[in-house]
Design a protein around this ligand. Structure first.
Ligand SMILES: CC(C)(COP(=O)(O)OP(=O)(O)OC[C@H]1O[C@@H](n2cnc3c(N)ncnc32)[C@H](O)[C@@H]1OP(=O)(O)O)[C@@H](O)C(=O)NCCC(=O)NCCS
Length: 148
């Protein structure tokens, strides 16, 4: 019997097509990022994915096999810095919540740097149990720690 693709899957990013889909979502949302806000070229994206530094892990969320969001985790000592973005056609469907929940099963401590103007992301992280730790006139740093 043929294996069907699950409706929603979160998994490590793999292969050129997924890397390019991540680039598209990243470039469409770069104005929401707190670091490296310039657009990424195809070459830059492929080099990053193929030679990813050991402290980074990149995940995709797919719906019926189509990449609809991505999540990047960067390990810094005992904390993983988390960034996520969802294709705008698929927002409001719990995709970012599912990706964060996935990270919460993998990591004991997560931190997110969020622009003060990014209300959707602030609400999202507060809903997922993150607490405000540091505040500047530009961005807020939210932290989540596993209760276990
Ligand atoms: C922020 C973002 C990742 C949310 O993705 P999403 O899949 O739509 O989020 P979810 O459907 O899981 O929503 C979970 C919660 O987030 C909050 N939220 C999401 N979108 C929101 C919006 N437009 N306005 C206000 N709150 C919002 C709500 O609290 C929501 O819970 P609710 O549905 O019970 O109200 C998405 O809007 C996005 O990709 N934005 C651009 C990139 C970005 O800002 N990334 C974060 C960088 S720190």
């Amino acid at each position: 019997m043929a294996e069907s693709t699950p409706l929603r899957q979160i998994k490590p990013a793999k292969g050129i097509l997924e890397y390019l889909a991540i680039r598209k979502i990243r470039n469409d949302n770069r104005m929401f990022m707190t670091a490296d806000t310039k657009k990424i070229s195809v070459f830059h994206q492929l080099m990053f994915c193929w030679f990813m530094p050991k402290d980074f892990s990149l995940y995709v969320c797919t719906e019926y096999g189509k990449v609809v969001g991505y999540m990047l985790l960067r390990k810094k000592q005992d904390t993983y810095l988390i960034t996520e973005a969802v294709d705008r056609r698929y927002r409001g469907m719990g995709i970012a919540s599912d990706m964060i929940q996935f990270a919460q099963l993998l990591c004991k401590r997560l931190a997110a740097d969020i622009l003060n103007t990014n209300i959707a992301s602030i609400n999202l992280h507060e809903k997922m149990g993150f607490k405000l730790k540091i505040y500047t006139s530009y961005k807020k740093t939210y932290v989540w720690e596993s209760p276990l």
